[in-house]
Ligand binder design. Structure first.
Ligand SMILES: [Zn+2]
Ligand SMILES: [Zn+2]
Length: 275
């Protein structure tokens, strides 16, 4: 039933939002992905950050054609981590495009068939999505022929001006992406702007800052340190994978609140990974 729920949710209400002239957020209802690259630049080059769910490929292809022209393909795919709602379409798309797929070194085992994530933890509470999380796919995908570890120096191939920030806690090799020039932050799952555990919050996308999706988060102390690292970058705009983007003073205020009241806002009272 969990997978049916996910499929049902992902099939409906896809939309996109141009948040800066060179970033298009693809919204698959329960998760987002991004096209990063200016369609009006001389080269028209771009990358795809995350790939949504298994049935997200059609909407991704449609959005790319609309924005960059027929038969366009990205220079690369960047994965923030290997969870099923971020790698759902990566097998199909990497094969189709023949482009490299970059992820953090520590996340490589989870996308090359070597290591599985633990199953979702329903005991963290918070609502229906948590309860169904044990049925979400958790086994490693295998994209050996395309997967490449990100360079150690923090740069991201085919994303000039951007660097990856290691934000572990949710997964060991989780990354966020940051651009110094305009202080734009692609957060991924380091924190959320919806209560991802609750079906009604996911459905209505009610804005509220929260930690990483709890049922899949394995190290809460590290997760908190990662959010502090992101806050210290002083981002002007935060694009999360779960929930709406936050910007400006509202972002600063919410991040402060999240860090100060982390145990209350983010960390579940109980769960397999809460000590
Ligand atoms: Zn995740
Ligand atoms: Zn996620």
């Amino acid at each position: 039933m969990g997978n049916m729920l996910v499929e049902g949710l992902s099939a409906m209400n896809t939309s996109s939002q141009e948040i800066t002239p060179d970033i298009l957020i693809l919204q698959f209802k329960i998760v987002t992905a991004c096209l990063v690259g200016d369609p009006n630049s001389a080269t028209g080059e771009f990358v795809l950050v995350d790939t949504g769910l298994e049935n997200s490929a059609d909407f991704i292809l449609e959005s790319i054609e609309k924005r960059f022209g027929k038969d366009s393909r990205p220079q690369a795919i960047i994965l923030t981590h290997g969870h099923f709602d971020h790698v759902g379409s990566v097998i199909q798309l990497s094969k189709m495009w023949g482009v490299p797929v970059y992820a953090h070194q520590l996340e490589m085992p989870y996308i090359t068939g070597q290591k599985d994530y633990p199953t979702g933890d329903p005991t963290v509470g918070g609502g229906m999505v948590s309860m169904l999380s044990p049925t979400f796919p958790h086994t490693s995908i295998d994209i050996c022929s395309y997967a490449k570890a990100l360079p150690n120096d923090g740069t991201i191939p085919d994303m000039p001006g951007w660097r990856w920030i290691h934000t572990p806690g949710h997964t060991v090799g989780h990354i966020s992406l940051f651009r110094e020039k305009d202080r734009v932050l692609i957060v991924a799952d380091a924190f959320s702007t919806t209560k991802q555990e609750s079906l009604s919050s996911v459905m209505t996308q009610r804005e509220q800052i929260s930690g990483p999706p709890a049922y899949m988060t394995t190290d809460w102390e590290t997760a908190k340190q990662s959010i502090i690292r992101l806050k210290n970058l002083n981002p002007s705009l935060a694009i999360t994978s779960h929930g709406k983007p936050l910007a400006g003073e509202e972002l600063t205020k919410h991040l402060e609140m999240l860090i100060n009241d982390f145990d209350e806002i983010a960390k579940p009272d109980q769960g397999r990974f809460v000590h």
